[in-house]
Write a protein that binds this ligand. Structure first.
Ligand code: 13P
Length: 251
């Protein structure tokens, strides 16, 4: 099936690196960006966004935040709004990462409110879902991710302002990944779920990323799957050569 979906390789730098390291990493990604055909996105820690924004400016490498508050402004100490991210040059924001769901108790309803805020501010929301190992072992992975995606994707989201990242919790930072057959099957299930919720056009256009121990050595296999439209990369995105090698495998 011909699809209009372009591959997106996104780096989630999480809480890693100081200013000079972020700058060097951003410059390294920019230096290789012209050689890859897929879209590139980097998501540094929020305090480094302005430095990285300047480094990627004009390069075609997109910038994203790692989280946003549902409100545009107000008395929310320590938070950043989607409007602030947009203002500083972001085009994307990750919401509902499993580390935020676990560390900060974020519910599907809160993740949906954050995604709505992102989309209102003109950002593309990268909405994360994924089952725990216990849920997979209990045979509940499909039901868990369908529930998360149904609860977390805003009703009026569009394929253009939404990316869904499937990140099984047990594959994050562990070096373990599901089999390619399992990844394809759950991505197909996610696409069927959003088709039922948001319609066939949304399902055909929305990009579904895989995340969890994506490395240069497994990227060709994972990124070649029919319903995988890119990767959300953690550890390997902290080394420009590895991130670019994943991107080169994905066109
Ligand atoms: P790793 O690539 O380090 O497994 O992290 C994946 C992830 O959580 C990206 O958001």
């Amino acid at each position: 099936m011909a699809t209009p979906r372009t591959m997106l390789i996104a780096g989630n730098w999480k809480m890693n690196g100081l200013e000079n390291e972020a700058l060097a990493l951003a410059k390294g990604v920019v230096a290789g960006a012209a050689d890859v055909r897929c879209a590139l996105l980097v998501c540094p820690p929020s305090v480094q966004l302005s430095t990285v924004a300047a480094a990627v400016s004009g390069s075609g490498v997109a910038l994203g935040g790692q989280d946003c508050h549902p409100s545009a402004n107000g008395a929310h100490t320590g938070d950043v709004s989607a409007e602030m991210l947009s203002d500083i040059g972001c085009g994307y924001v990750i919401v509902g990462h499993s580390e935020r769901r676990a560390d900060h108790g974020e519910s599907d309803a809160l993740v949906r409110a954050k995604a709505e805020a992102a989309q209102r501010a003109g950002l593309t929301a990268v909405i994360c879902v994924g089952e725990t190992e216990a849920e997979r072992d209990a045979g509940r992975a499909d039901a868990v991710v369908a529930g998360q995606v149904t609860g977390s994707v805003p009703k009026d989201a569009t394929a253009a302002n939404t990316v869904i990242a499937y990140e099984p919790v047990w594959a994050i930072g562990t070096g373990r990944t599901p089999t390619p057959d399992d990844v394809q099957a759950i991505h197909r299930h996610l696409r069927d779920t959003v088709s039922a919720n948001h319609g066939a056009d949304f399902a055909a256009g929305v990009r579904l990323l895989y995340g969890g121990s994506v490395k240069p050595g497994n990227a060709v296999e994972l990124m070649g799957l029919a319903d995988v439209d890119g990767a959300l990369v953690g550890g390997a995105s902290l080394v420009a050569e590895d991130f670019l090698a994943i991107a080169a495998s994905s066109a």
